[in-house]
Design a protein around this ligand. Structure first.
Ligand SMILES: [Mn+2]
Length: 330
């Protein structure tokens, strides 16, 4: 019921607003991008001036989702500040932590617009006028679907395909725990409205480049196991040699998770400078977001992440040791 009343309140805010900024977290994934596109397309259909403005560019593997190159604007403060500061509404999707908006954060804070959030993560800042946050939802896309229903929006094929992509990206192709019958009913309706599952599958999974596949091979060759924890890493040197951005390959962390005896998978990525980005996954016995929180990160029960200082070997030693004892405690 709380969800229904949040949906109604958000729908009313959207109906009243005319100039709308939509944004998501830095290094957006398919859920963030799909949610933004579906919402923008729906609002444009309602005659609103809605623009998607993100701090970081659309990752190459997700560009298939765009109808036009500039459908998502890569933030340029000098050009975009007036639109943001004079907007009457800012919608943040797939994140509720302000620092994850990157350079958009200070403009979010400076704007006098109403601010709303649609998200399914556990952590969030208390800075929104209204929000719909449902950690049990497979994806933000599924919540945007509910919101568009509340708005009585027509689901065009372009909207349906964006939402379908959101949902499959964040639900492990409709297989994770949070998938319930409602998820499948939603997806069925999206396919009825023109979403193309095979095209999305091709674009998401079978459009890799040879260097990307080679990086997967490198991640396998560096794989180590300690107890029920499997881990691997990508150094800056590995990424540079192959000219691949591992941050655009969120599926790399699933390689160590595929081992039968493993409960927690960790992938360490040297992210320029002294920063080590850690992705963590669990198969279900433990909540890996609790492990991430020890290091100041967060996410979902079975998929989380955090950043810590290098050097790489020290970060690996610290985190793997903590993961092993975390499993013993749990
Ligand atoms: Mn998401």
């Amino acid at each position: 019921m709380a969800k229904q009343s949040a949906l109604r309140q958000l729908a009313e805010v959207l109906e009243r607003s005319e100039q709308i900024v939509i944004t998501t977290h830095i290094k957006a994934d398919g859920d963030g991008i799909g949610s933004e596109l579906a919402l923008k397309r729906a609002l444009a259909g309602m005659g609103k001036d809605a623009r998607i403005i993100n701090d970081t560019p659309v990752p190459q593997p997700l560009k298939f989702m765009l109808d036009e190159d500039d459908e998502i604007i890569f933030f340029e403060p000098a050009r975009d500040r007036d639109f943001i500061l004079s907007a009457d509404l800012i919608v943040v999707v797939d994140v509720a932590l302000l620092y994850r908006l990157g350079r958009m954060q200070s403009f979010f804070e400076a704007s006098r617009a109403q601010k709303i959030c649609v998200d399914h993560h556990l952590e969030g800042d208390d800075v929104f006028d209204k929000k719909l946050v449902e950690p049990d939802a497979t994806s933000t896309g599924e919540l945007i679907f509910d919101l568009l229903k509340e708005l009585d929006c027509e689901l065009t094929p372009a909207i349906a395909n964006a939402l379908y992509t959101s949902i499959v990206v964040d639900s492990g192709c409709l297989s994770y725990e949070r998938c319930v019958s409602k998820t499948f009913l939603t997806v069925a309706e999206l396919v009825d409205k023109g979403a193309c599952p095979y095209d999305v599958h091709l674009a998401l999974h079978w459009k890799k480049t040879l260097p990307e596949l080679k990086l997967e091979g490198d991640v396998i060759s560096k794989l180590k196991v300690r107890g029920e924890v499997a881990y691997s890493h990508v150094t800056s040197e590995m990424a540079r040699t192959l000219a691949v951005d591992p941050m655009e390959m969120p599926e790399l962390v699933h390689i160590p998770l595929a081992l039968g005896e493993v409960e927690i998978a960790l992938l360490f990525i040297e992210n320029g400078g002294n920063e080590i980005k850690v992705s963590a996954r669990s198969k279900g016995r433990v909540k890996v977001c609790e492990l991430a929180r020890i290091f100041g990160g967060g996410g979902h029960s079975l998929a989380a992440g955090f950043v810590l200082d290098g050097p790489l070997e020290k970060a690996i030693e610290t985190v793997v040791g903590e993961a092993v004892s975390f499993l013993k405690r749990s």
